[in-house]
Design a binder for this molecule. Structure first.
Ligand code: 4NP
Length: 156
């Protein structure tokens, strides 16, 4: 059976989306479903192409029991073909992605990550880049909760 291909997208691909990728992979693995999924992340900006995730994100994730392994890359038009689901971390990134295609079928693959979790009204994962450890921990908790919902939605 074809894998379900899931892409997480933020701005820099060093804080939010590599965390979402790692947390979602962890949850899929716990359910022994890793062979059913291809999971990746990228950024709409190109500032951190080739870079590892932010050291604060790596350290925070580790404290929460999650190992992150990723190399930064920028979103490209080919991602519309390659992925089944494209989850943007905030509205600005959602708009940026949607502007890159006029194909409605491709546009329909793109959603706000937090829109999956209907138990709260917040739709954006806040950017922690200029924040403190408290902000990184908040991002972790949001991503962890949303990824728990997503895994239940996508598991087959
Ligand atoms: P991310 O956070 O989009 O969650 O990876 C950011 C990373 C870098 C920058 C902004 C946000 N930056 O301006 O370099």
């Amino acid at each position: 059976m074809e894998k379900t291909k899931v892409l997480f997208v933020c701005l820099g691909n060093i804080c939010r989306s590599p965390l979402a990728e790692a947390v979602f992979k962890h949850k899929v693995k716990q359910l022994q479903k890793e062979n059913d999924f291809y999971i990746d992340s990228c950024g709409t900006a190109n500032y951190h192409v080739g870079d590892p995730p932010d050291s604060r994100t790596i350290a925070n994730a580790k404290r929460n029991g999650i190992e992150i392994n990723h190399v930064g890359r920028q979103f490209s038009g080919e991602d519309f073909e390659r992925f089944d689901f494209i989850f943007a971390m905030d509205k600005k990134n959602l708009r940026n992605i949607l502007q890159q295609t006029s194909n409605v079928e491709w546009q329909n693959k793109v959603k706000l990550f937090r829109s999956i979790d209907t138990s709260d009204d917040e739709l954006e994962v806040p950017d922690p880049y200029y924040g403190t450890e408290k902000d990184f921990q908040h991002v972790f908790e949001v991503v962890d909760k949303t990824a728990s919902v997503l895994v239940q939605v996508l598991i087959r």
